[in-house]
Design a protein around this ligand. Structure first.
Ligand code: SF4
Ligand code: SF4
Length: 339
């Protein structure tokens, strides 16, 4: 059966659209407690999902925001700070459950026995939830081309050890001919892995966690990931394998917000200008179908071109193909417009 993806695109009534989605989901979840996996946005980011759109959720089912701590140094590295930034960004109207504990070290191992990951290390608290919604802001991503439902669930529900597991294949290098020693990367590196010595940046690969932030901030494009295919593809495969671990045996719905579509993710503690006009919101039971539909809608609104590739990001479609190959969902879908 081809998965259904619902599109609500009346931008003046997005809250009404979200409530329509909640009504559909409520029929399935039947008043049981729901974990909403969301990204609250790094401190300084203001293009994350707008919490005002979600405020009626309790009229439909009891819900809790669930999330894991970030891998890198920032405002979401430990639970106390993470909760504070979530509230500062307007998400305090529901309880918040940080699934990997105070410092991100609490995990449960879920066997998947796939090509890259044998046991996924998910935030331990996931075991409390059988009914979940992934609410994902669809936007570009420096390491995976784009980030949507698959990345929100796969990378997002990894504990710190799990996130390290996924990032371990990422290799970063500095082109010393282009580096001017401006120190922007050193100041922004969340792992203190970069030192500028004799006006050239040097990366300690034993300390680097592969977050790719230095690539995004370098004004001279002197930092690069090894784009040779192997590393980026393996990162995407691992994210899909983690997503499979998080979803198997649980009842999930996925909502993608094609709003404030930025080039980089909500982990960046900077204000970003959207690349294009908002498109709307999508709902599906299939994480592959909803991400594929999101890519297709963005292309449709951008003269047939992927807006992230056009701006220099890698082609993220590998994650969709791989996720389909391991049974996470389907790339084919039926788009149903609702109003
Ligand atoms: S941000 Fe770029 S140019 Fe500046 S020190 Fe780092 S690598 Fe060199
Ligand atoms: S990828 Fe760059 S910014 Fe991230 S930890 Fe490694 S050196 Fe630091």
């Amino acid at each position: 059966m081809v998965p259904e993806v619902y599109l609500f695109s009346d931008l003046s009534r997005l809250k009404y659209g979200v409530n329509k989605f909640f009504r559909i989901i409520a029929k399935d979840f039947r008043k049981t407690k729901v974990g909403i996996k969301i990204h609250f946005g790094e401190k300084g980011n203001d293009t994350h999902i707008n919490p005002e759109l979600l405020k009626d959720v309790k009229k439909f089912f009891p819900a809790v925001f669930v999330e894991c701590n970030a891998l890198y140094r920032g405002s979401r590295t430990v639970k106390k700070d993470h909760m504070a930034v979530a509230k500062e960004h307007g998400f305090g109207f529901l309880d918040i459950d940080i699934l990997d504990g105070d410092i991100g070290d609490e995990f449960v191992e879920v066997p998947v026995n796939l090509k890259n990951i044998k046991k996924a290390k998910l935030g331990k608290g996931i075991t409390k939830y059988n009914n979940l919604i992934a609410m994902s802001h669809f936007k570009g991503h420096i390491a995976t081309g784009f980030g949507g439902a698959l990345k929100n669930v796969g990378m997002g529900l990894g504990s710190r050890a799990g996130k390290l597991d996924m990032h371990s294949t990422v290799r970063i290098a500095v082109d010393s001919n282009k580096c001017t020693g401006c120190m922007t990367c050193e100041k922004n590196c969340p792992a203190n892995a970069i030192k500028v010595i004799n006006k050239k940046a040097e990366i300690d690969s034993n300390v680097c966690i592969g977050c790719a932030r230095c690539i995004a901030v370098c004004p001279n494009r002197a930092v690069n990931m090894d784009w040779s295919g192997e590393n980026t593809n393996r990162l995407m495969e691992k994210i899909a394998e983690y997503a499979l671990a998080a979803t198997k045996g649980r009842n999930w719905w996925y909502i993608n917000f094609l709003t404030n579509i930025t080039l980089d993710c909500d982990c960046a503690s900077i204000k970003q200008k959207p690349l294009m006009k908002d498109v709307g919101i999508l709902l599906s039971k299939d994480p592959v179908a909803i991400d594929q539909a999101s890519v297709d809608l963005l292309k449709e609104r951008n003269k047939g071109k992927d807006p992230f590739i056009e701006k220099g990001r890698i082609d993220g479609s590998q994650i969709l193909k791989y996720a389909e190959s391991i049974g996470l969902g389907k790339m084919d879908y039926e788009l149903i417009k609702i109003d």
